[in-house]
Design a protein around this ligand. Structure first.
Ligand SMILES: Cc1cc2nc3c(=O)[nH]c(=O)nc-3n(C[C@H](O)[C@H](O)[C@H](O)COP(=O)(O)OP(=O)(O)OC[C@H]3O[C@@H](n4cnc5c(N)ncnc54)[C@H](O)[C@@H]3O)c2cc1C
Length: 456
């Protein structure tokens, strides 16, 4: 065997596995294979000047490379079992929180000290929400910010590089069961290890599906979240974001009884586009450094779609909607809320004359040509509900960017150690379908590393 443990993917899941494996045992031989670049080589070519929109790089620097999809993210580590994944269903609620707090401690030790931990505990805003049938979920959130998040990753890489063999720009093509362990095959070579941790994230969803099929690992799937990213003047939400930073608010729409929720709130942040397997969707982030902050706050409004038999391809459904917006807008579409309500498309002139300056250059258009009626109605109802706790949300000039899609990887069947039906083969992070966040993905990495250490 070349290694004791091979890790596929250097996102938060893979990084925290590597960290925990090598923390107290320098003899453990660990290799990490990463399809994307080293952290310092990760650059998205969109500069807003020569390159204005996604050119579909072979390896997307936003989604791939050391740090994974989280590298240029807002670095919001939500310490909660209420959202961000269902790790607690495998490891128990208490343990899940312990793991997330442990990860928080490491982030602080590697450059995150001094960043703020926000909490919903005891907030008056919760009561205000309930009065309007809006439900605020409980969480503590460490906001590293895109800038500090990068520093933490840089420090983690410098710490790990002498302890772990990193193979960047090296996508793993297949994982095979061999005598006494696993062989991972890359384009030119094959490497073996007694144990293998797969942590390929959302970008690795199709790969994970294939590998699960090849290794006969049972899976199940049926959820996709579809919606828009809302951008408005930061003052509209400042009474909430100044206290809580991120608020996850859930609303059950009167018309269809669907749940709409706020997601990934970025006070004084910017809206960005994201490329998942060639499909352009929208996302957002913000900086801790006041100098890099904007006048606007953005957050997603998402409607969860669960499908029942016989339909199985929930991600395909989400992709088709995103493709439609790409077809009409050449990428992300932006529309003023007032235009949407009046049934008219936004034009460059209307966007220019608005009292808010968009932070993402998107194509003015009509989201009602893209989003299914049921989803759009839910979003509109939620905007009016939010207007009651954050007056100004339903203003004409509120910008809606579409579409935002949260693809969920199919859930891979694993046990409480996150080990698949094959002994020594672990599937963690967003690639397992169990986590959907930085904190849960990182915690899952620590969890499997501890399991492996206990068996070594
Ligand atoms: C713009 C943006 C902002 C976000 N903001 C937040 C936030 O503030 N808070 C939060 O909780 N979450 C946020 N998220 C989500 C968060 O980044 C993910 O939940 C988290 O990164 C998942 O970690 P992971 O290790 O499971 O997977 P990933 O971070 O996706 O990492 C997987 C890695 O595996 C690599 N890989 C895939 N396939 C292969 C292969 N075959 N061979 C080798 N390598 C492979 C990929 O290149 C990638 O680097 C954000 C995501 C984006 C895109």
């Amino acid at each position: 065997m070349n290694y004791d443990v091979i890790i596929v993917g250097a996102g938060p899941g893979g990084i925290f596995s590597a960290y925990e494996l090598t923390k107290s045992n320098s003899k453990v031989r660990v290799a990490v294979f990463e399809a994307g670049h080293r952290l310092d080589k990760r650059h998205c070519p969109i500069d807003g000047d020569k390159i204005k929109s996604c050119i579909k790089c072979k390896s997307c620097s936003i989604m791939s490379g050391f740090g994974g999809a989280g590298a240029f993210s807002d670095g919001k580590y939500n310490i909660t079992n209420d959202f961000g994944g269902t790790l607690f269903e495998y490891v128990g609620k208490e343990r899940a929180l312990e793991l997330m707090n442990y990860v928080d401690g490491i982030n602080l030790a590697f450059g995150g000290e001094g960043t703020k931990l926000y909490s919903t505990a005891g907030t008056k805003f919760k009561r205000e929400c309930i009065r309007h049938d809006l439900h605020l979920l409980d969480a503590s959130v460490r906001h590293l910010g895109t800038d500090v998040n990068y520093v933490v990753l840089e420090n983690l890489y410098n710490h790990l590089k002498s302890k772990v063999d990193f193979f960047f720009d090296t996508p793993v093509e297949t994982v095979e069961i061999v005598d006494g362990g696993y062989a991972v095959r890359t384009k030119h070579e094959s490497y073996t290890a007694k144990r293998c941790i797969i942590s390929v994230g959302r970008i690795g969803s199709k790969w994970m599906e294939r590998v699960s099929r090849e290794l006969a690992i049972p899976t199940r799937s049926n959820r996709v979240d579809i919606g828009v990213r809302v951008e408005l003047p930061s003052e509209v939400f400042s009474h909430i974001t100044d206290e809580l930073y991120e608020s996850k608010i859930v609303y059950k729409t009167p018309k269809y009884g669907d749940k709409v929720r706020t997601f990934c709130m970025n006070p004084r942040g910017e809206v960005v586009s994201e490329n998942t397997n060639g499909i352009i969707t929208v996302n957002g982030h913000s900086y801790e450094d006041p100098k890099r902050q904007t006048q606007n706050t953005n957050f997603a409004l998402l409607v969860a779609k669960h499908f029942s038999e016989p339909f199985k391809d929930s991600n395909g459904y989400g992709e088709s909607i995103a493709r439609l917006s790409n077809m009409l807008g050449g990428g992300v579409i932006v529309q003023r809320f007032g235009d949407l309500i009046r049934g008219q498309r936004s034009t460059p002139k209307r966007i220019e004359e608005a009292f808010i300056t968009p932070t993402l250059k998107a194509t003015p258009g009509d989201l009602s040509l893209v989003l299914p009626k049921r989803i759009l109605d839910g979003i509109i109802e939620m905007i009016y509900a939010l207007d009651k706790v954050a007056p100004g949300t339903a203003n004409d000039d509120t910008l809606l960017y579409g579409v935002e899609v949260k693809f969920y990887n199919m859930e891979v069947e694993v046990n409480e150690s996150l080990e698949s039906c094959h002994e020594g083969l672990y599937v963690i992070g967003d690639g397992s379908g169990i986590t959907h966040s930085l904190s849960h993905a990182s915690a899952s990495g620590v969890h499997v590393a501890r399991d492996i250490i206990s068996k070594l």
